[in-house]
Design a protein around this ligand. Structure first.
Ligand SMILES: Cc1cc2nc3c(=O)[nH]c(=O)nc-3n(C[C@H](O)[C@H](O)[C@H](O)COP(=O)(O)OP(=O)(O)OC[C@H]3O[C@@H](n4cnc5c(N)ncnc54)[C@H](O)[C@@H]3O)c2cc1C
Length: 396
């Protein structure tokens, strides 16, 4: 009987995995033994890191958005339909349209979303670059800012040892901000204060979520006159007085609050009953090696939805997607999965407007900061402009 593979979510994880599955299962697809369906709640595909460049007036935004269909191999059956129900007993996902999509294998790749309302006053008083709308708003503010103070704050999920989206983004954007204000000739009149919460996964009272980077950041920030403050866990914002308050009892006045807001999983996942994450955050319980949802033998997940301690980043997905695709292909052909995820993440961080820093790490080894260079930035900007689309198509 034909095997049905259903992917929910047309972002980085869903798109790469759908295309990789076609590549790996082409003989079975040609013999009509396998069918691959992807449903997404949007006809557009968004390259999310592009928003960082929009925030500093280095891109308009449309460059990073494509039609989802144009990124998918023709063998993939694509529907714009928001998943509203996951029934893992009867093996179907129901769409907003009322359609029931039945599956033999399911891949949940619905990412995560900003939940700024979880911090009182943050939605009104804060700004962030984790969406294109937010990035455009903060870009205007940065353009108009001539003097004052920018405070950077970062929130982690309440569920222990889970990162926020893209761990390095707050550091990247702090350095991009320094370069942007320098370029505009106003840097000397603007104070930048980078704060970090008391608990960042397993690191306490640090400046980053992994110790080696946390240890070198003071030197990097001191070199560009960025002030840094540990143990500032944002818990309230007064949007009228423009004051950020911490759980630890401190307060900081700001002109712009550049925030990494709280994140939660997509509503359909939070409503599914599959997650027991704290505070209804919805992270899916994921086997760190097989990438199956715990307790469900035919359901895989990857990307920002998982409850793993690894970075919620494209550089993570790039290393997870083949594990999921290979394992499903092996299950269909051999009856058992063959691959195991080792926690690998590979990325090039944008450390300022023209410096790129290659990073790699896994479950065993923390990230070690490497020299950042113009060549690194060339690779990163090349990834933004073209290589990402090749990666999404499963060609890289
Ligand atoms: C500003 C910023 C900077 C970043 N910088 C980097 C970086 O430098 N390096 C790096 O590696 N990563 C970076 N990232 C992180 C990276 O973009 C994400 O980790 C990645 O996009 C996550 O992919 P995903 O497929 O899990 O989720 P997404 O790409 O968010 O895709 C989720 C998809 O699911 C769809 N969906 C949601 N709900 C439903 C539903 N109910 N039914 C159907 N479809 C649904 C959405 O429309 C979307 O298409 C950055 C992210 C941001 C925002």
């Amino acid at each position: 009987m034909k095997k049905k593979i259903l992917i929910v979510g047309g972002g980085t994880a869903g798109t790469m995995t759908a295309n990789n599955l076609v590549n790996k299962l082409m003989p079975e697809i040609n013999r009509e033994e396998v069918e691959i369906t992807l449903i997404s709640n949007s006809a557009k595909h968004v390259y999310r890191p592009g928003a960082m460049y929009v925030a500093f007036n280095k891109a308009a935004g449309h460059e990073f958005i494509r039609d989802q269909r144009s990124l998918l191999m023709m063998e993939i059956d694509f529907h714009v339909d928001a998943a509203v129900e996951i029934n893992s007993n009867a093996n179907y996902v129901k769409g907003e349209s009322g359609t029931k999509y039945h599956y033999d294998f399911l891949i949940l790749a619905t990412g995560c979303e900003v939940a700024a309302d979880r911090i009182p006053g943050l939605a009104e008083g804060g700004d962030w670059f984790y969406s294109y709308e937010g990035a455009k708003k903060i870009a205007q503010k940065f353009h108009n800012l001539k003097k004052g103070r920018v405070v950077v704050t970062i929130n982690f999920p309440k569920t222990p040892d889970i990162p926020h989206q893209c761990g390095i983004a707050p550091v990247e954007t702090t350095m991009m901000l320094h370069d942007y204000l320098t370029e505009r000739g106003v840097r000397d009149d603007i104070e930048i204060i980078y704060t970090y919460p008391r608990i960042a996964q397993t690191v306490e009272d640090g400046l980053f979520l992994q110790t080696p980077t946390s240890n070198v950041l003071p030197m990097i920030f001191d070199g560009i006159n960025v002030k840094h403050k540990r143990s500032f866990t944002l818990n309230k914002v007064d949007p009228d007085k423009k004051i950020a308050y911490s759980e630890e009892g401190e307060e900081l006045e700001f002109d712009i609050l550049m925030s990494t807001p709280p994140f939660i999983a997509a509503k359909v996942i939070r409503d599914s009953g599959l997650s027991q994450a704290q505070d209804d955050e919805g992270w899916l319980p994921t086997n760190k090696h097989t990438l199956k949802v715990e307790g469900l033998d035919n359901v895989y997940t990857l990307g920002d939805t998982v409850d793993l301690s690894v970075s919620k980043a494209g550089g993570t997905i790039h290393n997870q997607t083949d594990i999921v695709a290979d394992n499903i292909a092996a299950e269909i052909r051999l009856g058992y999965p063959t691959e195991s995820y080792d926690g690998k993440v590979i990325a090039v961080a944008q450390m300022g407007l023209s410096c790129g820093m290659p990073l790699w790490y896994d479950y065993e080894e923390d990230v070690a900061p490497t020299p950042c260079s113009k060549f690194g930035s060339f690779v990163r900007l090349g990834f933004n402009k073209g290589l990402y689309w090749a990666a999404a198509r499963g060609m890289l």
